[in-house]
Design a protein around this ligand. Structure first.
Ligand SMILES: [Zn+2]
Length: 676
C-alpha cells in the first residue's frame, strides 16, 4: 500500500480524535425553549413550502419541508431494511457514534462521523415515526443544542474545524422542519454571526473550503426564515473563501485517471489528500461540488451560475462516467474503465447535490440521473439486508477481496462488504441516501402547485394555496412502468400538477380520471380544478436500451434500471465485527462474456420481493445470448479493462444469459465487450 493517502488521512483524523479527548473546557448551556414533546412524538403540523424571495433569485421548485412525504410500498420496506440493519443499530456497537461520541458530550470521535450518521438517522427516524430511532437521534441533538460555546461555536470542544459543523447544520435544518424545536434557529444565528467575525482570521481550509456550498444551503435556509442581512454577508464570504468549482470545470483539466504518483510528488512528505490536487479530484468533494453553482445562483441571480451544473456533469461523464450513472472516484477521479470504483459517500453526496440542483434548475434530466443512481449505484453498494456497505463499488465487479488494484489511492479493503472497509466515512454517511431521496420525491412549484420529481411509492401531506392536501402515489416503479396518483385536496382546488417525464420514455401515456392528457418532454403540466379523489395514471414506455461506453463496451438499461450479468457469489467471512461481518466475495461462475451489439433481448417480469433489490429474486430479467471471451481475464481480483476487440472462443457454444437489476448482483458484469 502506498504510504500516500489512507494512512496519512487516518493520522490526520486521529489527531482530531485525540484533540477531542484532550478537551476539558467548560461550557455554558444556552437557555432556550426545548422541543415540545408532542412535536417530537408526532412531527409538526404540515407547513407550506418556502421559496426564496428577493433579493434571492427565484427557483422553479422547492423541496417540501422534511416530514411532508412518507414512503410507502417498496420504498417503505427499503427504509425498514435500513432501520433493521446498520441504520438503526450502528450506535449500539460502533464506538465512533457510541455513547462516548464527542457529539453527545463524550471524549470520543468528535469530527464528521456523528453528524454524518445523524444526517441520515434524523430523516429515517421521522420517516418511520420510530420512537426508538428518534431517541437515538435526540442524544446527539439535545447535547448539541444545549452546549454551545460562549463565542457562538457549537459542537465538541476538541476541534474548531468548520467542516463537521457544515454537516451538523444540514442535520439541524431537517430536524427543525420536522419538529419546530425553538432551540435551533438561535443556535444557528449565533454560530453564523460568530463565523462572520472569525472567518477573516481563520478562513475555510481543506474539506471546508471545498464543501462551502453545503453550508451555503443552511445559511440560505436560515435567511429565508429570519431575513437577517448578515447571513447574506456570510454567504458572500463563504463563496469568496470557498474553492472555485465553476472555474475548475470551465477549463476542466482532469481528463485522465488520477496519477497517484503526481499526488505524492505534489504533497512531498506531507499528506497528499490535503493538498490542492488531492482535494480537487477527490470524489466526495466533486460530488458535493455539483450543488455549488445552483446554490450560489440563488445569491448571484446568474443564469450561468445556475446552469453550470450541466457542463460539470458533461465533463464528468466524458472523462469519468460509468454505466451506473456515477463517475469513478476511488477515491480520486479514475477515468471511464468500468473496473474502477466509486466510493459510497460519493454516491449519496451526488444524490443530495442532484436533489438540490433539480429544485433550483428545474431540469428534468437531473431527475433521470438521480433515479439512475438511487435505483442502481446506491443499493448496489450495500448487502441486501443493509448490514454491510462497500467503500468502492465497481460496475464490473468480479471479486470482492483484498486487492490493491485498480484504485487510484484507496487501500486493499476498498471493495469488501463490511463494517468500515478502507475507511469509516461511508459507514456513517450512507444513511442519508434513501431517507433524503424519499423527502425529494415531490416538490412545490413556484406557481403554487405540486410536482412529481422522482417516482417511488409515497404519501404527500402538505398545503397548496392554503388548502391541506394528501397525495397518494402507488407504484412498483422502477421495477414496473406504471404510476397511479390520487389527489385528495380538502376541497375542490385549482392548481397545476407537474409530472417529470423521463427522457428514456418515448410514448408516455398520461390520463386524468381515465381521460388521456398529452405528455410533453421534461415536465407535463396539468392545470385544472382538482376534486378529492381525482386520479392521474402514468404509463412509461421503457424499452431496452444499449449504451456504448469505455472501449465501445455495451451496457443494457430499461427505464431507470441498469442490468448486469450476475456472477455466482461465494461469501466468506473475513472478520467478525460485532453485529455485522467483513465479507469477501469470490466468483463461482465464468463472467468473461461478450455480446453482439444487435442482440435480441427478451424481457420477463417477476414479483417484486420484500427486499426489492435483492439478487435472490430479481423483479425483472433480460434474457439474451452471449459468447465467452477467453482472453478477457482478471488481475488481482479485478476484471481487466474491457477489450476493445473481443475475440470469442472458437470452440465454445453460444451461451444463454440472463441479466438482472444491477444492484442485486454484488458480483457482476455490466459493461460487456462488443462482439463482431
Ligand atoms: Zn466514504
Amino acid at each position: 500500500m502506498p504510504p500516500l493517502s489512507p494512512v496519512s488521512r487516518r493520522s490526520f483524523l486521529q489527531g482530531m480524535l485525540l484533540a477531542g479527548a484532550a478537551s476539558a473546557l467548560k461550557f455554558r448551556p444556552l437557555h432556550a425553549e426545548a422541543a415540545p414533546a408532542a412535536a417530537l412524538a408526532a412531527g409538526r403540523a404540515q407547513q407550506a413550502p418556502l421559496f426564496p424571495q428577493a433579493p434571492l433569485a427565484r427557483q422553479p421548485f422547492a423541496l417540501l419541508p422534511a416530514g411532508s412525504i412518507k414512503a410507502s410500498g417498496w420504498l417503505l420496506r427499503q427504509l425498514r431494511i435500513q432501520a433493521d440493519g446498520l441504520g438503526g443499530h450502528l450506535d449500539e456497537f460502533w464506538p465512533i457514534v457510541g455513547s462516548d461520541s464527542g457529539w453527545s458530550g463524550g471524549k470520543g470521535e468528535s469530527w464528521e462521523d456523528g453528524p454524518y450518521f445523524l444526517d441520515g438517522l434524523v430523516p429515517l427516524a421521522w420517516q418511520l415515526d420510530s420512537p426508538g430511532l428518534k431517541a437515538k437521534a435526540m442524544r446527539f441533538i439535545d447535547w448539541t443544542l444545549d452546549h454551545p460555546w460562549e463565542n457562538g461555536m457549537f459542537g465538541p470542544r476538541g476541534n474548531d474545524d468548520w467542516w463537521p459543523r457544515m454537516v451538523m447544520l444540514k442535520v439541524l435544518t431537517q430536524y427543525h422542519e420536522l419538529t419546530g424545536d425553538a432551540r435551533v434557529m438561535p443556535l444557528m444565528t449565533r454560530y453564523f454571526h460568530h463565523q462572520l467575525e472569525a472567518l477573516p482570521g481563520r478562513p475555510l481550509r481543506d474539506w471546508g473550503r471545498m464543501r462551502w456550498q453545503d453550508e451555503l444551503l443552511s445559511v440560505l435556509w436560515l435567511y429565508q426564515r429570519t431575513k437577517d442581512a448578515r447571513l447574506l454577508e456570510l454567504a458572500h464570504l463563504l463563496k469568496q473563501q470557498g474553492y472555485d468549482w465553476q472555474g475548475m470545470y470551465a477549463h476542466f483539466p482532469f481528463t485522465q485517471k488520477t496519477d497517484a504518483e503526481a499526488l505524492r510528488k505534489q504533497a512531498g512528505a506531507s499528506d497528499a489528500f490535503m493538498q490542492d490536487l488531492g482535494l480537487q479530484v477527490h470524489g466526495v468533494n466533486v460530488a458535493q461540488s455539483l450543488k455549488a453553482s445552483p446554490a450560489w445562483s440563488l445569491v448571484s441571480g446568474g443564469a450561468a451560475d445556475r446552469d453550470a451544473i450541466h457542463h460539470q456533469l458533461k465533463m464528468l461523464d466524458t472523462y469519468h462516467g460509468l454505466p451506473n450513472g456515477m463517475f469513478s472516484a476511488d477515491e480520486h477521479l479514475a477515468g471511464r474503465s468500468p473496473s474502477q470504483g466509486t466510493e459510497l459517500c460519493t454516491v449519496v453526496e451526488t444524490m443530495f447535490s442532484l436533489e438540490v440542483a433539480l429544485a433550483v434548475t428545474g431540469d428534468a434530466a437531473l431527475g433521470d440521473r438521480l433515479e439512475r443512481i438511487a435505483f442502481n449505484a446506491l443499493p448496489a453498494a450495500l448487502t441486501d439486508d443493509m448490514w454491510a456497505p462497500q467503500y468502492n463499488q465497481q460496475p464490473n465487479q468480479v471479486e470482492c477481496s483484498l486487492h490493491r488494484q485498480p484504485w487510484t489511492t484507496d487501500g486493499p479493503e476498498s471493495n469488501l462488504f463490511g463494517l468500515e472497509p478502507n475507511f469509516r466515512c461511508c459507514t456513517a454517511n450512507f444513511h442519508q441516501g434513501w431517507p433524503k431521496f424519499a423527502n425529494s420525491l415531490w416538490m412545490a412549484t413556484a406557481d403554487r402547485g405540486l410536482a412529481a420529481m422522482s417516482y417511488a411509492p409515497c404519501t404527500v401531506t402538505t398545503v397548496v394555496r392554503d388548502v391541506p392536501i394528501v397525495v397518494e402515489q402507488f407504484s412498483d416503479y422502477p421495477f414496473r412502468q406504471t404510476v397511479s396518483i390520487t389527489l385528495k385536496p380538502q376541497r375542490a382546488l385549482a392548481f397545476p400538477v407537474r409530472l417529470r417525464i423521463p427522457a428514456w420514455s418515448q410514448g408516455t401515456r398520461v390520463a386524468v380520471n381515465g381521460k388521456p392528457v398529452e405528455a410533453t418532454p421534461g415536465f407535463t403540466t396539468i392545470e385544472r380544478t382538482w376534486m378529492p379523489g381525482d386520479t392521474i395514471e402514468l404509463s412509461f414506455a421503457a424499452t431496452v436500451k444499449v449504451e456504448r461506453g469505455y472501449n465501445g463496451a455495451l451496457s443494457f438499461s430499461r427505464g431507470a434500471l441498469v442490468y448486469a450479468l450476475p456472477i455466482k457469489e461465494n461469501w466468506v467471512i473475513w472478520r467478525k465485527r460485532g453485529l455485522t461481518n467483513d465479507w469477501q466475495v469470490y466468483p463461482g461462475s465464468r463472467w468473461n462474456i461478450g455480446i453482439e451489439p444487435h442482440v435480441q433481448v427478451a424481457v420477463s417480469e417477476h414479483p417484486v420481493a420484500d427486499k426489492p433489490f435483492a439478487g435472490a429474486a430479481p423483479a425483472v430479467r433480460l434474457s439474451m445470448q452471449g459468447r465467452y471471451v477467453p482472453a478477457w481475464k482478471a488481475s488481482d481480483g479485478s476484471a481487466d479493462a474491457v477489450p476493445a476487440k473481443a475475440e470469442p472462443s472458437g470452440d465454445e457454444d453460444v451461451q444463454a444469459i440472463s441479466l438482472v437489476p444491477y444492484a442485486g448482483a454484488k458480483l457482476r458484469i455490466v459493461a460487456f465487450p462488443a462482439l463482431g
